[in-house]
Design a binder for this molecule. Structure first.
Ligand code: MLT
Length: 393
């Protein structure tokens, strides 16, 4: 063909981090069929959907079977019942959001990647290490990316001190994937202050807010001034086990504007053109997940996962291995033992314990020498992985 292609793709790593780890784990499994590999790599949930969610899905399925209640195309921005339920969820956590500022989507990953569509050629600030979608989607668009180094010295929480006061697109993720670090309200207030003074936009990824344990903001809008500088992206995936069910949301406050244009209106235009909405059955399930009963059940599941995190943390403490996370996040971020680099440790762990994890270097250069384990496994698998690790670490 003689067409021009997006040459920015040449600047990406050959495959997406979680595809690469899955590929290597699957290859090992295929070559060693007698060995049971325990995957503590991608943050995928293992507990089933809860009974309140399932009941809502069944009811919605029945509605789809009846010509009087059948639904066709869903509204592009989400059904009002779910937008209102999400606004109510914020209100329960002390944050005021209007339902028409909430945009229902099929995943935080999609919105993190798609938001680039409505933004021009800005300088981008991305923490390193962090969830790879921010980086990859901006590389795909050929943006100029500046990294915010996160390391032990700043508790993996980079701050705006020393940054030039110019407009940036700033990605923040708290609780952080992969490190589990959480910003305090004072720290987020500094970012919001910086963004408002410099005319920057913060894209706040709150996908792990439901794991917060302690006095940390669950939403950037808990910070005064955030409505004029921040979009928030959040998800039902980790909160309610929707990784396979697919439902998330983004918040675009009415005050957000750049060059006299409303970002909310631009997102509406984008979504109406390129997205056909989340299925009715799934939106009913999501509504149920944040109902009082559904949320209580979701919190029980989170408690279970955090029990896994505690077991992994105890092992690392016993072995004297440095780690963070596992308190306000389902991820444990550990320093690879004996100075191993991330991918060497990945191979070593797979080979010697048949445990799969995620190499820290895959989240950015600052992640080199670190490794991420997820607490989303089943208790049995987590316990078995711990037994194996006990023997070799
Ligand atoms: C992760 O393991 O970091 C997440 O599951 C990836 C995602 O949410 O897309």
């Amino acid at each position: 063909m003689n067409i021009k292609i997006n040459e920015n793709y040449d600047n990406l790593k050959e495959s997406y981090l979680f595809s690469e780890t899955a590929k290597r784990i699957n290859k090992y499994s295929a070559e060693n069929p007698d060995k049971k590999v325990i995957k503590l790599s991608i943050g995928d949930v293992t507990l089933p959907l809860t009974k309140t969610v399932i009941a809502a899905m069944h009811k919605a399925v029945d509605e789809m079977a009846d010509k009087d209640t059948f639904r066709g195309y869903p509204p592009e921005y989400g059904y009002d019942f779910l937008r209102e339920a999400i606004a109510g969820y914020y209100e329960r956590h002390g944050v005021k959001i209007d339902a028409d500022e909430v945009f229902v989507s099929d995943g935080a990953k999609s919105d993190c990647g798609n938001i680039v569509d409505i933004l021009g050629d800005n300088d981008i600030l991305i923490p390193d290490p962090v969830y790879p979608v921010y980086m990859d989607s901006n590389i795909m668009s050929g943006r100029n990316i500046q990294l915010l180094q996160a390391n032990i010295d700043n508790n993996f929480l980079p701050m705006p001190d020393g940054l030039e006061k110019k407009p940036y697109i700033i990605y923040l993720c708290s609780p952080n994937n992969p490190t589990g670090a959480v910003y305090t309200k004072e720290q987020l207030a500094k970012w919001v202050g910086f963004a408002n003074e410099s005319g920057s936009l913060i894209i706040f990824d709150a996908a792990y807010e439901s794991f917060i344990n302690g006095d940390y903001p669950r939403s950037i809008y808990a910070v005064e001034g955030a409505r004029t500088c921040a979009v928030e992206i959040c998800s039902f995936s980790k909160m309610a086990g929707f990784t396979g069910t697919r439902c998330s949301w983004s918040v675009f406050p009415k005050e957000l504007e750049a060059g006299g244009k409303s970002l909310k209106k631009m997102w509406e235009r984008r979504q109406a053109t390129k997205f056909n909405g989340v299925p009715y059955i799934i939106q009913r399930a999501a509504e149920a997940a944040i109902s009082p009963d559904g949320y209580k059940e979701a919190m029980e599941n989170i408690k279970y996962y955090m029990g896994n995190a505690k077991l992994i943390s105890e092992l690392l403490k016993e072995k004297g291995i440095w780690f963070s996370g596992g308190v306000c996040s389902p991820y444990i971020w550990l320093k690879c033992p004996n100075g191993m680099d991330s991918w060497t440790f990945f191979d070593w762990l797979l080979e010697n314990a048949q445990v799969g994890g995620t190499p820290g270097a895959g989240f950015g250069a600052e992640g080199e020498g670190y490794f991420r384990l997820t607490a989303f496994g089943s208790r049995e698998n987590t316990e078995e992985a711990i037994e194996r690790l006990k023997k070799i670490l």
